[in-house]
Design a protein around this ligand. Sequence first.
Ligand SMILES: [Zn+2]
Length: 312
Amino acid sequence: MGENIPKRVWKIMRCPLCGGLLSRTADIAKCTGCSDEYNFSDKGQLDLRLRRKKQYQLQFELGAELLPNGFDFKTLQKNPTPEVDFTGLKTPWHLTEELMSYFPKARSNESIMLDIGCGSTVHREICEHAGFSYVGFDYNSSETPILGDAHALPFKDNSFEFILSIAVLEHIQNPFIMMKEAYRVLKPDGRFIGSVAFLEPFHGNSFYHHSHLGIFNSLKFAGFEIQRISPSPGWNALIAEASMCLFPGLPHRLSEFLIQPLNLFHRFWWRLAYAITHAYNVSESYRLLSNSGAFYFIATKKEKNTPLKNTS
Ligand SMILES: [Zn+2]
């Protein structure tokens, strides 16, 4: 069992409860610290979900500035100097070419990346194309090699050069803890790229949908240096509502087509309001921010607390 997990990944795997080393036998992985045993599923997946309750303490600092003054939540443009060329590869659902243009390139042939909430591992191809050993990770998926909980990542500190987490954060019961965990297992200068629902309807047991300020706050809380937080331009509240919730059973494309007249009128109305008032709260940037179905984010783990930068 566990042959589908590369040796270099075994080296960084730890007990999700106590962080102890795992000793591997033919059919279990046993923690050398707390002695908890982790089994393989029928499909050969290593099940590193917690076996018992774990205490996790967070400390909040109150009285700090509430709003990220000066940070520009603009729409993501293509990176003019991308590290990886994805020409010819299919862009997975939920991702955009703009977001992929910020993917890092593996620093060496030992580089590992983690896809938190990988589902059916649709990001494997593009991550391997960027030179990484791909580690799929999910709480409940038949296709991931490792099952686990994003609140208790079963990996040692500073393990991954790149973490991806697409449309997952809204499903996390305690997002501040997941952010701390992602920060912990990311290597210094490693990149964390993801997306989170904002004005999507409730779906798949979603807990906390994030506004741009929400995602800024949770990334900053964990210690990340934030490069970008951007609205998803083609996926606004109307389209998300129509596609996911308004007409159950109707094909997505047809649902989105039906909402288009209202969507066009919405866009026209904002333009008209801006032409008359020139006020920021009816501008195109504000329309995108306040109506977005989801947000993308790009952040980096810096060893020391460096001043916030908004690179362009
Ligand atoms: Zn343990």
